[in-house]
Design a binder for this molecule. Sequence first.
Ligand code: SF4
Ligand code: SF4
Length: 407
Amino acid sequence: METKLADFIRDTADGREADAILRKCVHCGFCTATCPTYQLLGDELDGPRGRIYQIKRVLEGVPATPSVREHLDRCLTCRACETTCPSGVQYSRLLDIGRAEVVKQVPRSAAQQATRRALQFSLSNPAVFGTLLALGRTLRNILPSRIAAKIPARAEAGAWPRGKKHDRRMLALAGCVQPALTPATNAATARVLDALGIELFEAPSAGCCGALAFHLDDEAGARQAARRNIDAWWPHIENDVEAIVMTASGCGVQVKDYGHLLRDDAAYAVKAERIAALCRDISEVVAAEYESLLPRLQRQARERVAFHSPCTLQHGQKIRGLIESSLEAAGYTLTKVRDPHLCCGSAGTYSVLQPALSTQLRDNKLAALTENEPAVIVTANVGCQTHLAGGSAVPVKHWIELLDAAL
Ligand code: SF4
Ligand code: SF4
Protein backbone atom coordinates (compact mmCIF):
# COMPACT_ATOMS: atom_id res chain seq x y z
CA MET A 1 0.00 0.00 0.00
CA GLU A 2 1.42 3.40 -0.93
CA THR A 3 1.87 5.75 2.02
CA LYS A 4 2.65 9.41 2.59
CA LEU A 5 3.08 9.80 6.32
CA ALA A 6 2.68 13.28 7.79
CA ASP A 7 5.62 15.37 9.04
CA PHE A 8 4.73 14.82 12.72
CA ILE A 9 5.56 11.09 12.53
CA ARG A 10 7.44 10.35 9.29
CA ASP A 11 11.00 10.58 10.65
CA THR A 12 10.38 8.99 14.05
CA ALA A 13 11.04 5.33 14.99
CA ASP A 14 7.27 4.74 15.20
CA GLY A 15 6.74 6.43 11.84
CA ARG A 16 9.34 4.27 10.12
CA GLU A 17 7.89 1.11 11.67
CA ALA A 18 4.31 2.07 10.74
CA ASP A 19 5.37 2.95 7.20
CA ALA A 20 7.06 -0.45 6.70
CA ILE A 21 3.99 -2.28 8.03
CA LEU A 22 1.54 -0.27 5.91
CA ARG A 23 3.59 -0.90 2.76
CA LYS A 24 3.26 -4.66 3.29
CA CYS A 25 -0.55 -4.56 3.29
CA VAL A 26 -1.99 -5.29 -0.16
CA HIS A 27 -5.54 -4.56 0.99
CA CYS A 28 -6.71 -8.08 0.03
CA GLY A 29 -9.11 -8.41 2.98
CA PHE A 30 -8.35 -12.08 3.76
CA CYS A 31 -7.91 -11.02 7.40
CA THR A 32 -11.44 -9.65 7.63
CA ALA A 33 -13.03 -13.10 7.47
CA THR A 34 -11.29 -14.27 10.67
CA CYS A 35 -11.80 -11.09 12.72
CA PRO A 36 -14.18 -11.64 15.65
CA THR A 37 -15.39 -8.04 15.82
CA TYR A 38 -16.09 -7.94 12.09
CA GLN A 39 -18.01 -11.20 12.41
CA LEU A 40 -20.17 -9.73 15.20
CA LEU A 41 -20.66 -6.21 13.86
CA GLY A 42 -20.42 -6.69 10.07
CA ASP A 43 -18.78 -3.27 9.64
CA GLU A 44 -15.58 -3.03 7.57
CA LEU A 45 -14.36 -0.33 9.99
CA ASP A 46 -14.52 -2.93 12.80
CA GLY A 47 -12.29 -5.34 10.90
CA PRO A 48 -8.49 -5.31 10.46
CA ARG A 49 -8.42 -3.92 6.92
CA GLY A 50 -10.73 -1.06 7.91
CA ARG A 51 -8.72 -0.34 11.04
CA ILE A 52 -5.48 -0.32 9.05
CA TYR A 53 -7.05 2.17 6.65
CA GLN A 54 -8.21 4.42 9.51
CA ILE A 55 -4.76 4.36 11.13
CA LYS A 56 -3.13 5.13 7.76
CA ARG A 57 -5.30 8.21 7.29
CA VAL A 58 -4.49 9.51 10.78
CA LEU A 59 -0.75 8.95 10.28
CA GLU A 60 -1.02 10.73 6.92
CA GLY A 61 -2.42 13.79 8.66
CA VAL A 62 -6.22 13.42 8.56
CA PRO A 63 -7.39 14.42 12.08
CA ALA A 64 -8.59 11.52 14.26
CA THR A 65 -12.20 11.47 15.47
CA PRO A 66 -14.00 9.86 18.42
CA SER A 67 -15.45 7.36 15.92
CA VAL A 68 -11.95 6.23 14.84
CA ARG A 69 -10.98 5.83 18.49
CA GLU A 70 -14.06 3.69 19.11
CA HIS A 71 -13.35 1.41 16.13
CA LEU A 72 -9.78 0.91 17.38
CA ASP A 73 -10.94 0.38 20.98
CA ARG A 74 -13.28 -2.40 19.83
CA CYS A 75 -10.25 -4.35 18.55
CA LEU A 76 -9.39 -7.20 20.94
CA THR A 77 -5.73 -7.24 19.84
CA CYS A 78 -6.34 -10.98 19.40
CA ARG A 79 -4.07 -11.04 16.31
CA ALA A 80 -6.15 -13.61 14.45
CA CYS A 81 -5.72 -11.25 11.49
CA GLU A 82 -1.93 -11.63 11.67
CA THR A 83 -2.24 -15.41 11.50
CA THR A 84 -4.46 -15.12 8.42
CA CYS A 85 -2.53 -12.40 6.58
CA PRO A 86 -0.54 -13.81 3.62
CA SER A 87 1.70 -10.71 3.50
CA GLY A 88 2.99 -10.87 7.09
CA VAL A 89 1.44 -7.54 8.16
CA GLN A 90 2.23 -6.93 11.85
CA TYR A 91 -1.17 -5.46 12.58
CA SER A 92 -0.79 -5.30 16.37
CA ARG A 93 2.37 -3.15 16.14
CA LEU A 94 0.54 -0.78 13.80
CA LEU A 95 -2.43 -0.69 16.17
CA ASP A 96 -0.19 0.24 19.12
CA ILE A 97 1.29 3.14 17.14
CA GLY A 98 -2.06 4.22 15.70
CA ARG A 99 -3.99 3.99 18.95
CA ALA A 100 -1.39 6.05 20.84
CA GLU A 101 -1.65 8.81 18.19
CA VAL A 102 -5.45 8.70 18.08
CA VAL A 103 -5.72 8.94 21.90
CA LYS A 104 -3.28 11.87 21.80
CA GLN A 105 -5.48 13.69 19.26
CA VAL A 106 -8.83 12.66 20.78
CA PRO A 107 -8.19 12.28 24.53
CA ARG A 108 -10.50 10.08 26.57
CA SER A 109 -12.90 11.77 28.99
CA ALA A 110 -11.85 12.21 32.62
CA ALA A 111 -14.22 9.39 33.64
CA GLN A 112 -12.77 7.00 31.01
CA GLN A 113 -9.23 7.82 32.11
CA ALA A 114 -10.15 7.32 35.77
CA THR A 115 -11.66 3.90 34.97
CA ARG A 116 -8.47 2.87 33.17
CA ARG A 117 -6.19 4.03 35.98
CA ALA A 118 -8.41 2.30 38.60
CA LEU A 119 -8.31 -0.95 36.60
CA GLN A 120 -4.56 -0.71 36.19
CA PHE A 121 -3.98 -0.01 39.89
CA SER A 122 -6.28 -2.70 41.25
CA LEU A 123 -5.40 -5.47 38.78
CA SER A 124 -1.64 -5.01 38.56
CA ASN A 125 -1.11 -4.88 42.32
CA PRO A 126 -1.46 -8.42 43.78
CA ALA A 127 -2.06 -7.24 47.37
CA VAL A 128 -4.80 -4.80 46.34
CA PHE A 129 -6.39 -7.30 43.96
CA GLY A 130 -6.29 -10.09 46.57
CA THR A 131 -8.03 -7.86 49.12
CA LEU A 132 -10.70 -6.76 46.63
CA LEU A 133 -11.31 -10.37 45.57
CA ALA A 134 -11.70 -11.51 49.20
CA LEU A 135 -14.14 -8.64 49.80
CA GLY A 136 -16.07 -9.56 46.65
CA ARG A 137 -16.38 -13.17 47.78
CA THR A 138 -17.70 -12.05 51.17
CA LEU A 139 -20.28 -9.71 49.59
CA ARG A 140 -21.13 -11.99 46.63
CA ASN A 141 -24.74 -12.55 47.72
CA ILE A 142 -25.61 -8.86 47.72
CA LEU A 143 -23.70 -7.88 44.55
CA PRO A 144 -25.48 -7.52 41.18
CA SER A 145 -25.49 -10.93 39.44
CA ARG A 146 -23.46 -9.49 36.52
CA ILE A 147 -20.59 -8.69 38.91
CA ALA A 148 -21.06 -11.76 41.17
CA ALA A 149 -20.65 -14.03 38.12
CA LYS A 150 -17.15 -12.60 37.58
CA ILE A 151 -15.99 -13.60 41.10
CA PRO A 152 -14.69 -17.17 41.11
CA ALA A 153 -14.94 -19.40 44.18
CA ARG A 154 -11.81 -19.80 46.28
CA ALA A 155 -9.45 -22.38 44.75
CA GLU A 156 -6.93 -24.54 46.59
CA ALA A 157 -3.35 -24.25 45.33
CA GLY A 158 -2.10 -27.66 46.44
CA ALA A 159 1.41 -28.06 47.80
CA TRP A 160 4.58 -26.80 46.09
CA PRO A 161 7.36 -29.43 46.16
CA ARG A 162 9.35 -28.83 49.33
CA GLY A 163 12.83 -29.85 50.33
CA LYS A 164 13.91 -31.27 46.98
CA LYS A 165 16.67 -29.34 45.22
CA HIS A 166 17.57 -29.93 41.61
CA ASP A 167 20.58 -28.75 39.65
CA ARG A 168 18.26 -27.53 36.91
CA ARG A 169 16.36 -24.39 37.97
CA MET A 170 13.75 -22.21 36.28
CA LEU A 171 12.05 -19.00 37.31
CA ALA A 172 8.28 -18.62 37.25
CA LEU A 173 6.35 -15.36 37.01
CA ALA A 174 3.75 -15.25 39.78
CA GLY A 175 1.82 -12.57 37.89
CA CYS A 176 -0.65 -10.03 39.22
CA VAL A 177 -4.15 -11.60 39.38
CA GLN A 178 -3.15 -15.26 39.04
CA PRO A 179 -1.99 -15.88 42.65
CA ALA A 180 -5.42 -14.87 43.96
CA LEU A 181 -7.63 -16.20 41.14
CA THR A 182 -5.98 -19.49 40.15
CA PRO A 183 -3.23 -20.37 42.66
CA ALA A 184 -3.33 -24.02 41.52
CA THR A 185 -1.67 -23.13 38.21
CA ASN A 186 1.87 -22.37 39.36
CA ALA A 187 1.73 -25.02 42.12
CA ALA A 188 0.80 -27.70 39.54
CA THR A 189 3.55 -26.39 37.23
CA ALA A 190 6.10 -26.67 40.06
CA ARG A 191 5.05 -30.31 40.70
CA VAL A 192 5.23 -31.24 37.00
CA LEU A 193 8.69 -29.69 36.66
CA ASP A 194 9.81 -31.28 39.93
CA ALA A 195 8.89 -34.69 38.47
CA LEU A 196 11.11 -33.77 35.50
CA GLY A 197 14.02 -32.88 37.77
CA ILE A 198 13.63 -29.10 37.51
CA GLU A 199 13.21 -26.75 40.46
CA LEU A 200 10.74 -23.93 39.86
CA PHE A 201 10.75 -20.79 41.99
CA GLU A 202 9.32 -17.27 41.91
CA ALA A 203 11.27 -14.04 42.46
CA PRO A 204 9.28 -12.15 45.12
CA SER A 205 10.14 -8.69 43.82
CA ALA A 206 8.86 -9.43 40.29
CA GLY A 207 5.29 -8.36 39.58
CA CYS A 208 2.85 -7.68 36.77
CA CYS A 209 4.43 -8.26 33.33
CA GLY A 210 3.22 -4.81 32.21
CA ALA A 211 0.61 -5.96 29.68
CA LEU A 212 -2.19 -4.34 31.67
CA ALA A 213 -0.52 -0.93 31.64
CA PHE A 214 0.42 -1.29 27.96
CA HIS A 215 -3.15 -1.96 26.86
CA LEU A 216 -4.55 0.80 29.09
CA ASP A 217 -2.68 3.65 27.32
CA ASP A 218 0.27 3.65 29.76
CA GLU A 219 3.32 2.61 27.76
CA ALA A 220 5.65 4.28 30.28
CA GLY A 221 4.08 2.17 33.05
CA ALA A 222 4.57 -0.98 30.97
CA ARG A 223 8.27 -0.12 30.48
CA GLN A 224 8.66 0.47 34.22
CA ALA A 225 7.07 -2.92 35.00
CA ALA A 226 9.49 -4.57 32.56
CA ARG A 227 12.50 -2.86 34.18
CA ARG A 228 11.34 -3.95 37.65
CA ASN A 229 11.00 -7.57 36.51
CA ILE A 230 14.38 -7.51 34.79
CA ASP A 231 15.97 -6.23 38.02
CA ALA A 232 14.18 -8.98 40.00
CA TRP A 233 15.25 -11.75 37.60
CA TRP A 234 18.74 -10.65 36.61
CA PRO A 235 20.67 -12.02 39.64
CA HIS A 236 19.08 -15.43 38.96
CA ILE A 237 19.91 -15.22 35.25
CA GLU A 238 23.55 -14.64 36.22
CA ASN A 239 23.20 -17.68 38.47
CA ASP A 240 22.41 -20.04 35.58
CA VAL A 241 18.64 -20.16 35.62
CA GLU A 242 17.65 -22.01 32.45
CA ALA A 243 14.41 -20.28 31.58
CA ILE A 244 11.71 -17.89 32.77
CA VAL A 245 8.50 -19.89 32.69
CA MET A 246 5.15 -18.29 31.90
CA THR A 247 1.95 -20.05 32.87
CA ALA A 248 -0.26 -17.24 31.55
CA SER A 249 0.14 -16.83 27.80
CA GLY A 250 -0.89 -13.17 28.09
CA CYS A 251 2.17 -12.52 30.24
CA GLY A 252 4.35 -14.65 27.97
CA VAL A 253 3.59 -12.63 24.86
CA GLN A 254 4.42 -9.44 26.77
CA VAL A 255 7.71 -10.68 28.29
CA LYS A 256 8.81 -12.06 24.91
CA ASP A 257 8.37 -8.48 23.64
CA TYR A 258 10.58 -6.85 26.33
CA GLY A 259 13.43 -6.47 23.82
CA HIS A 260 11.22 -4.37 21.54
CA LEU A 261 9.61 -2.47 24.42
CA LEU A 262 12.98 -1.38 25.86
CA ARG A 263 14.93 -1.12 22.58
CA ASP A 264 15.68 2.57 23.15
CA ASP A 265 16.66 2.19 26.82
CA ALA A 266 20.46 2.20 26.92
CA ALA A 267 20.57 0.71 30.44
CA TYR A 268 18.12 -2.14 29.80
CA ALA A 269 18.02 -2.94 26.07
CA VAL A 270 20.58 -5.79 26.17
CA LYS A 271 19.16 -7.31 29.35
CA ALA A 272 15.63 -7.07 27.94
CA GLU A 273 16.68 -9.01 24.83
CA ARG A 274 18.25 -11.71 27.01
CA ILE A 275 15.15 -11.98 29.22
CA ALA A 276 12.90 -12.22 26.16
CA ALA A 277 15.09 -14.99 24.74
CA LEU A 278 14.87 -16.95 28.02
CA CYS A 279 11.09 -16.62 28.29
CA ARG A 280 9.17 -19.87 27.66
CA ASP A 281 5.53 -20.76 27.84
CA ILE A 282 5.12 -23.84 30.07
CA SER A 283 3.91 -25.80 27.03
CA GLU A 284 7.30 -25.20 25.37
CA VAL A 285 9.15 -26.36 28.49
CA VAL A 286 7.06 -29.54 28.74
CA ALA A 287 7.48 -30.30 25.03
CA ALA A 288 11.27 -29.99 25.32
CA GLU A 289 11.21 -32.57 28.14
CA TYR A 290 9.02 -35.10 26.32
CA GLU A 291 11.50 -37.97 26.47
CA SER A 292 11.70 -37.76 30.22
CA LEU A 293 7.97 -37.01 30.61
CA LEU A 294 6.38 -39.81 28.60
CA PRO A 295 7.55 -42.76 30.77
CA ARG A 296 6.22 -40.97 33.86
CA LEU A 297 2.68 -40.47 32.62
CA GLN A 298 0.11 -42.93 33.89
CA ARG A 299 -1.50 -43.36 30.52
CA GLN A 300 -4.90 -44.73 31.39
CA ALA A 301 -8.03 -43.47 29.60
CA ARG A 302 -9.07 -40.15 31.10
CA GLU A 303 -11.89 -37.67 30.77
CA ARG A 304 -12.99 -35.78 27.65
CA VAL A 305 -11.37 -32.37 27.42
CA ALA A 306 -12.12 -29.30 25.30
CA PHE A 307 -9.07 -27.08 24.81
CA HIS A 308 -9.33 -23.34 24.25
CA SER A 309 -6.07 -21.94 22.92
CA PRO A 310 -5.73 -18.30 24.03
CA CYS A 311 -5.07 -15.76 21.28
CA THR A 312 -1.87 -14.76 23.07
CA LEU A 313 -0.69 -18.37 22.68
CA GLN A 314 -1.80 -19.30 19.15
CA HIS A 315 -1.64 -15.91 17.40
CA GLY A 316 0.70 -13.92 19.69
CA GLN A 317 3.35 -16.56 20.45
CA LYS A 318 2.51 -18.80 17.46
CA ILE A 319 2.47 -21.88 19.72
CA ARG A 320 0.13 -24.49 18.28
CA GLY A 321 -0.36 -28.18 18.98
CA LEU A 322 2.00 -28.58 21.95
CA ILE A 323 -0.66 -28.61 24.68
CA GLU A 324 -2.93 -30.88 22.68
CA SER A 325 -0.08 -33.40 22.23
CA SER A 326 0.81 -33.33 25.94
CA LEU A 327 -2.78 -33.93 27.02
CA GLU A 328 -3.30 -36.75 24.53
CA ALA A 329 -0.05 -38.36 25.67
CA ALA A 330 -1.45 -38.28 29.20
CA GLY A 331 -4.55 -40.21 28.12
CA TYR A 332 -7.07 -37.38 27.76
CA THR A 333 -9.46 -37.36 24.80
CA LEU A 334 -9.62 -33.96 23.14
CA THR A 335 -13.03 -33.05 21.79
CA LYS A 336 -13.37 -31.22 18.47
CA VAL A 337 -13.88 -27.47 18.91
CA ARG A 338 -15.41 -25.32 16.16
CA ASP A 339 -13.62 -22.08 15.13
CA PRO A 340 -10.61 -22.59 17.44
CA HIS A 341 -8.96 -19.42 16.07
CA LEU A 342 -11.62 -17.12 17.55
CA CYS A 343 -11.12 -15.08 20.71
CA CYS A 344 -13.19 -15.85 23.85
CA GLY A 345 -13.66 -12.12 24.53
CA SER A 346 -11.47 -11.90 27.63
CA ALA A 347 -8.59 -9.90 26.11
CA GLY A 348 -7.20 -8.33 29.28
CA THR A 349 -9.58 -5.63 30.45
CA TYR A 350 -11.75 -5.85 27.31
CA SER A 351 -14.45 -7.69 29.27
CA VAL A 352 -14.78 -4.62 31.52
CA LEU A 353 -14.37 -1.93 28.85
CA GLN A 354 -16.45 -3.61 26.09
CA PRO A 355 -18.85 -5.82 28.10
CA ALA A 356 -21.47 -6.43 25.39
CA LEU A 357 -19.02 -7.64 22.71
CA SER A 358 -17.02 -9.57 25.28
CA THR A 359 -20.06 -11.44 26.62
CA GLN A 360 -21.25 -12.30 23.10
CA LEU A 361 -17.81 -13.70 22.22
CA ARG A 362 -17.68 -15.69 25.47
CA ASP A 363 -21.10 -17.20 24.90
CA ASN A 364 -20.18 -18.13 21.31
CA LYS A 365 -16.91 -19.67 22.51
CA LEU A 366 -18.59 -21.67 25.28
CA ALA A 367 -21.17 -22.99 22.81
CA ALA A 368 -18.32 -24.16 20.55
CA LEU A 369 -16.33 -25.64 23.44
CA THR A 370 -19.24 -27.62 24.90
CA GLU A 371 -20.71 -28.87 21.60
CA ASN A 372 -19.05 -32.26 21.96
CA GLU A 373 -19.76 -32.72 25.66
CA PRO A 374 -16.41 -32.41 27.41
CA ALA A 375 -16.14 -33.13 31.14
CA VAL A 376 -13.72 -30.23 31.52
CA ILE A 377 -12.54 -27.19 29.53
CA VAL A 378 -8.87 -26.23 29.73
CA THR A 379 -6.93 -23.21 28.60
CA ALA A 380 -3.53 -21.58 29.11
CA ASN A 381 -4.19 -18.07 30.39
CA VAL A 382 -5.74 -16.87 33.64
CA GLY A 383 -7.85 -14.21 31.89
CA CYS A 384 -9.48 -16.71 29.50
CA GLN A 385 -9.89 -19.23 32.33
CA THR A 386 -11.83 -16.93 34.66
CA HIS A 387 -13.75 -15.25 31.82
CA LEU A 388 -14.99 -18.60 30.46
CA ALA A 389 -15.65 -19.99 33.96
CA GLY A 390 -17.93 -17.00 34.65
CA GLY A 391 -20.46 -18.36 32.14
CA SER A 392 -19.77 -22.09 32.10
CA ALA A 393 -21.53 -25.04 33.71
CA VAL A 394 -18.50 -27.19 32.76
CA PRO A 395 -15.42 -26.67 35.01
CA VAL A 396 -12.64 -24.59 33.45
CA LYS A 397 -9.01 -25.24 34.43
CA HIS A 398 -5.45 -24.56 33.36
CA TRP A 399 -4.23 -27.48 31.20
CA ILE A 400 -1.14 -28.03 33.41
CA GLU A 401 -3.46 -29.12 36.24
CA LEU A 402 -4.54 -32.07 34.09
CA LEU A 403 -0.97 -33.02 33.29
CA ASP A 404 -0.13 -32.80 37.01
CA ALA A 405 -3.03 -35.17 37.74
CA ALA A 406 -1.65 -37.68 35.21
CA LEU A 407 1.81 -37.88 36.81
S1 SF4 B 1 -3.52 -7.10 6.64
FE1 SF4 B 1 -2.89 -8.79 5.32
S2 SF4 B 1 -4.77 -9.96 4.95
FE2 SF4 B 1 -5.40 -7.97 5.77
S3 SF4 B 1 -5.79 -6.68 3.97
FE3 SF4 B 1 -3.64 -6.33 4.52
S4 SF4 B 1 -2.45 -7.80 3.34
FE4 SF4 B 1 -4.60 -8.49 3.24
S1 SF4 C 1 -6.58 -8.13 16.38
FE1 SF4 C 1 -8.45 -9.43 16.37
S2 SF4 C 1 -10.17 -8.01 16.74
FE2 SF4 C 1 -8.38 -6.77 16.17
S3 SF4 C 1 -8.55 -6.48 13.95
FE3 SF4 C 1 -7.23 -8.29 14.25
S4 SF4 C 1 -8.63 -10.06 14.19
FE4 SF4 C 1 -9.91 -8.20 14.49
